[in-house]
Design a protein around this ligand. Structure first.
Ligand code: ADP
Ligand code: MG
Length: 252
């Protein structure tokens, strides 16, 4: 067996004194796409944030491993440099920083370089923006300022494409999107994956439509801080038709 890209081992997590994750185990291997589904408040964002190293969450038991090495004590910064990428559920606006400036710094940090010229970034950026159907003028706009829902999400996919993550976590990158924008996100993820076949992906979503486009290798259901079921994409269909009720009894 090859070493998994990402492994969560019996992960227990608290935030603000409350127990949120109650023993989550999960393995994402090279090239695999995993979907994480579950009702609101189940702990999906918590899981993504903990893998990224958000300081607001405390790992009280268990471990997070990247390519076999424990990273549970690493800073978010170190994790980003090691290739963990998180697309946020609610990306924040950063005033005064343009899309291209932000990407320049983020890519330089990811590649361990002092600095990266605008020229070096621009070529790759232009290519990816075209692939993702984004207007060239977008690069000069201030990060997430006045971006529509669709633009924010495309921008997250653009970051993912250019940062070449080892493992990409997408937290409801599809929330608030209409069907066309949803398709753009799904295809964007596919396109990036095709370009980087070894990348692992963990996508948090409520939309079976998105999963139809992405065709994940595995689907997991998180309820009340525990993974109560895992299976292939047909699991998502069952959720769409029957909701989460059938699993709630399992977690109670
Ligand atoms: P989901 O993404 O599945 O909707 P979250 O991970 O956002 O769920 O939240 C799970 C639970 O943990 C919720 O009850 C939420 O209020 C709580 N929670 C999340 N983050 C914090 C925090 N930083 N401090 C206290 N409670 C939190
Ligand atoms: Mg969430």
């Amino acid at each position: 067996m090859p070493t998994p890209l990402l492994e969560l081992r019996d992960l227990h997590v608290t935030a603000g004194g409350a127990q949120i994750l109650r023993g989550v185990s999960l393995v994402v291997n090279e090239g695999e796409i995993h979907a994480l589904m579950g009702p609101n408040g189940a702990g999906k964002s918590t899981l993504a944030n903990v893998v990224m190293g958000h300081p607001g969450y405390e790992v009280t038991a268990g471990d997070v491993l990247l390519k076999g090495a424990s990273i549970a004590r690493w800073s978010a910064d170190a994790r980003a440099r090691a290739g963990i990428f998180l697309a946020f559920q609610y990306p924040e606006a950063i005033s005064g920083v343009s899309v291209i400036q932000f990407l320049r710094q983020a890519i330089a940090a990811r590649k361990g370089l002092e600095e990266l010229s605008v020229l070096e970034v621009r070529l790759d950026l232009a290519e990816w923006m075209e692939r993702l159907g984004m207007d060239a003028a977008f690069a000069e706009r201030h990060l997430n300022e006045g971006f529509s829902g669709g633009e924010r999400k495309r921008n997250e996919i653009l970051q993912m494409a250019l940062l070449e993550p080892v493992i990409a976590l997408l937290d409801e990158t599809d929330s608030g999107l209409d069907i066309d924008a949803l398709r753009v996100v799904a295809r964007g993820v596919r396109t990036v994956r095709d370009e980087h076949p070894a990348m692992g992906t963990l996508i948090v979503t409520h939309y079976v439509k998105l999963l139809e486009e992405i065709s994940p290798d595995q689907v997991h259901i998180l309820i009340d801080g525990r993974i109560v079921d895992s299976g292939d994409a047909s699991l998502a269909d069952r959720i769409e038709h029957h909701g989460y009720d059938a699993w709630r009894t399992v977690s109670a």
